[in-house]
Design a binder for this molecule. Structure first.
Ligand SMILES: Cc1cc2nc3c(=O)[nH]c(=O)nc-3n(C[C@H](O)[C@H](O)[C@H](O)COP(=O)(O)O)c2cc1C
Length: 433
């Protein structure tokens, strides 16, 4: 067990035993009334007419509001260490785990702390899972319950060959909305927390606005999914790398705002290419229910996250200086060194999220060179910072204020003029009842 989790989770491990995993099938569902739903929720009503939801799931759906600001799930990046750093800077940002394959959770059943444990201060935190096998998705959800995540998200947007080769899930699932609806029903039936989908705006040649709407419609009308996080570019499944898949397909924010217009009963978080709190607030002002930021939050952690609590949530900003954030992070880092066995995490693992902590500040490059050579002999995080931090000017370390990032202008300008014509279901049976 990781040192910092201690007894923190034992009190929440009160969920159903594994043999009671629920995998709803069409045969099991009985018609039920839509009592408890807002009357206007036509798709949800349609769902309840054909599916029996447990009462807890109904309540969760009815009360749900998406986070205004979240940090995207990023494999190899949004690990426990980065999330710890992010939480020291922003108290209100929602954090996502890296994607975890359902199979990993199931096969590592006796080693779960390594994959699922997180310090309590990381709440609110979302577990993102990937998978294409309903039984494993159900069991993984049950196993994850004991850790107390605030929400479970299904990855339908990752084009990585690592994921695609892992039984073809991620973005490829957008081509199979029926399965996604089933998977979301299975996840919801096995947890009491909200369930959400993160997807692209299309895949390969299936990139029309209507096809995107069909996906959203089918998933939301066959499962309790009420909130979709939309990475607003399509995924290309063959031929380009995952990194290119995050830059080459163009962003189409107009598709995102089309969804907001055409599915008034659902909630949508915009993602892709948003780089500052100014842009976060611009997206919210245009009608997004939430904004998710990925690379900018990792590559510019201090400048971006520093403004989230005050500028997005209207809450008091923390008055911790960068030096104080570092001191707390160093304490955390040294307390977890080697706790996974095999000398992992090591100093390099802990320091990795800090490599852009002084982004755009004087002497940043010199500091990074010093850190690089200190990795060779430092055995604690404290030792590494004792040896290297002297090159960063005191005024950088001791100011609680982060520079406001230069504006790129209104990246959503004219977006409402570009929104495609309203959704027309391509299948007669998809029309609202
Ligand atoms: C290194 C890296 C790893 C990623 N891993 C995941 C992942 O595990 N799950 C996922 O849904 N998206 C993943 N993404 C995509 C991001 O969540 C996000 O959708 C994408 O980077 C676009 O947002 P941005 O322009 O704000 O970075 C990853 C992105 C990066 C850069």
């Amino acid at each position: 067990m990781m040192r910092y989790v201690g007894a923190g989770y034992t009190f929440i491990a009160s969920f159903a035993p594994l043999h009671s995993i629920a995998i709803p099938s069409r045969q099991q569902f009985r018609p039920t009334s839509a009592v408890g739903y807002p009357a206007s929720a036509k798709k949800l009503h349609c769902y309840t007419q054909t599916h029996k939801l447990n009462q807890a799931a109904l309540m969760v759906v009815a009360r749900y509001h998406p986070p205004l600001f979240s940090i995207a799930p990023m494999m190899d990046w949004t690990d426990n260490h980065f999330r710890m750093l992010a939480r020291l800077i922003s108290k209100h940002a929602w954090l996502y785990t890296e994607m975890l394959a359902a199979e990993t959770i199931v096969y590592q059943e006796h080693n779960l702390d390594r994959f699922l444990a997180f310090p309590p201060e990381q709440h609110p935190i979302v577990l993102q899972i990937g998978g294409n096998n309903l039984e494993n998705i159900a069991k993984a959800t049950q196993l994850a319950n004991a850790y107390g995540y605030d929400e479970i998200n299904l990855n339908c947007g990752c084009p990585s060959p690592r994921v695609v080769g892992h039984g073809c899930f991620g973005a490829r699932l957008m081509l199979d909305p029926k399965f996604v609806g089933q998977a979301m029903s299975v996840i919801s039936a096995n947890t009491n927390v909200p369930v959400t989908v993160k997807c692209r705006i299309g895949v390969d040649d299936h990139d029309s606005y209507n096809e995107l709407c069909d996906f959203i419609y089918k998933v939301s009308s066959t499962s309790p999914t009420k909130h979709f996080i939309i990475h607003s570019r399509k995924a290309l499944l063959n031929g380009i790398s995952p990194a290119e898949n995050r830059t080459i397909p163009p962003l189409k924010y107009e598709y995102f705002y089309g969804l907001v217009r055409d599915f008034p009963d659902l909630m949508f978080t915009i993602n892709g290419g948003i780089n500052s709190v100014e842009e976060v607030n611009a997206a919210l002002k245009k009608g997004a229910h939430g904004v998710m930021v990925g690379r900018a939050a990792y590559n510019n952690t201090w400048q971006l996250l520093r403004h989230v609590d005050s500028a997005v949530y209207g809450a008091p900003a923390s008055d911790l200086t960068r030096r104080q954030v570092l001191e707390k992070y160093i304490e955390y880092g040294d307390s977890v060194l080697g706790t996974n066995g095999n000398n992992r995490p090591n100093v390099r693992d802990i320091v990795k999220p800090l490599m852009s902590f002084f982004h755009a500040e004087p002497r940043n490059a010199i500091w990074k060179r010093k850190v690089d050579s200190a990795f060779r002999h430092c055995t604690t995080v404290k030792q590494l910072f004792d040896e290297t931090l002297g090159v960063i000017p005191d005024y950088v370390l001791d100011s609680p204020v982060a520079k406001v990032q230069p504006s790129r202008g209104d990246i959503f300008e004219n977006v409402h003029d570009l929104i495609p014509p309203p959704y027309k279901s391509s299948e007669p049976e998809l029309q609202y009842a």
